[in-house]
Design a protein around this ligand. Structure first.
Ligand code: ADP
Ligand code: MG
Length: 362
């Protein structure tokens, strides 16, 4: 699901432009600080980070529910937020999908979806509502009330309602958190298809990196109100710029190494020094469990100390001769016992180096 729209990014309109945005509920403690993000037309952007990092605040600032204390927000090249400017929400043409869907309980499906079309002529309103219901697969449900629908159907109504007035941008705050896991995966695919089909620019908030990777063209990782990386899902996973990002989007181990000319020497082998790193030669190399292959070997210097069954895979915890730990993911037909001596083969597509020591995790 990660194919980008066919247009090259530079030919598309910049629909969303956040420039050094700061939002503070309390002046001395900003919830979001100096955040800069752009989204091109048709792009799906994910705001990713742990609870409290400022995702909802950023989304609410874009929607105009929160004022910015510094910086600017542009929607379709119009300044909508700055310390001296605040275009109200209803004039921003943003579509919102909330965590709890926020459907109008006293309105039927038809009334909910057509709600934002009150300024449209009767004929176009009826036509548009019909089209939206078709798009989300709810034709025939027009007369139901929200409480007569499943969670997935309610979410479809919320999506149809948000998209009906043809918003400049769709903003979604953890839209799948009230669905069970099977339904979440189904609705993610549906949402993705719907956004692409309608070429809708969207900002999706999530704390789930799998969701961000499955949906996003670009992922903005926030930590304590600061944007730490804004990149493609692949770059976020393979080329994280901080240890926080490395660990937030998957399991990562950090092995000490020494940078010499063009190479990084470690206990588990040498790696190319690419992209070229020039800092302190004492470094830590990030290793992902999917980069490590283990093979039983009586003369191997590493030892399996734990094995976790994960269905289609096993996650092994392996201790090196030095005592450092790495993890290895292997297909579940490779079941090796604990204490077995193994040799390691590391096939990393990128060498990611960090300067600072990392606490060893097991
Ligand atoms: P997230 O959506 O990533 O969980 P939020 O944007 O909701 O994070 O919150 C960011 C920070 O702002 C947190 O420290 C949170 O406690 C604080 N915060 C959020 N909303 C308010 C509010 N209405 N008043 C005061 N502080 C708030
Ligand atoms: Mg939130």
């Amino acid at each position: 699901m990660t194919t980008s729209p066919t247009h090259p990014a530079d030919e598309r309109t910049t629909v969303l432009d956040l420039r050094y945005v700061t939002c503070a509920y309390q002046p001395e403690k900003p919830a979001v600080q100096h955040v800069s993000i752009t989204a091109q037309e048709g792009e799906i952007i994910c705001l990713l980070g742990p609870s409290g990092c400022g995702k909802t605040t950023t989304l609410r600032a874009i929607a105009g529910f929160e004022k910015v204390t510094a910086g600017e927000i542009y929607l379709n090249e119009e300044l909508v937020s700055s310390p001296n400017t605040h275009v109200p929400t209803e004039r921003r043409r943003v579509g919102m999908v909330f965590q709890d869907y926020a459907l109008f309980p006293h309105l039927r499906v038809y009334g909910n979806v057509s709600f934002g079309l009150q300024t449209w002529s009767k004929v176009t309103r009826v036509e548009r509502t019909k089209t939206m219901l078709e798009l989300v697969g709810l034709t025939g449900f027009e007369h139901r009330y929200p409480h007569e629908l499943s969670g997935g159907q309610q979410q479809r109504v919320a999506l149809a309602r948000a998209l009906a007035p043809n918003p400049v941008i769709l903003l979604l705050d953890e839209p799948f958190s009230n669905l069970d896991p099977d339904m979440t995966i189904k609705m993610r695919k549906e949402l993705y298809r719907l956004l692409r089909q309608t070429n809708t620019t969207a900002v999706l908030v999530t704390h789930d990196h799998q969701e961000a990777f499955a949906m996003a063209d670009r992922v903005a990782v926030l930590q304590n109100g600061i944007l730490v990386q804004y990149d493609s899902p692949e770059a976020i996973y393979h080329l994280p710029t901080t240890q926080f990002v490395a660990e937030f989007v998957g399991k990562a181990d950090f092995i000490p190494g020494i940078v010499t000319e063009g190479r990084v020497e470690t206990e588990i082998g040498d790696f190319p020094n690419q992209p070229h790193y020039q800092g302190n030669p004492k470094v830590f190399v990030m290793i992902r469990p999917d980069d490590v292959k283990i093979t039983p070997s009586p003369s191997g210097h590493a030892r399996i100390i734990n094995r976790q069954f994960r269905g289609s895979q096993h996650l092994y915890t392996v201790q090196l001769a030095s005592g450092h730990i790495v993890h290895s993911v292997q297909p579940s037909d490779h079941a090796h016992p604990i204490d077995m001596a193994v040799s390691l083969e590391v096939i990393a597509t990128h060498t990611v180096l960090f300067e600072h020591p990392v606490e060893l995790t097991s």
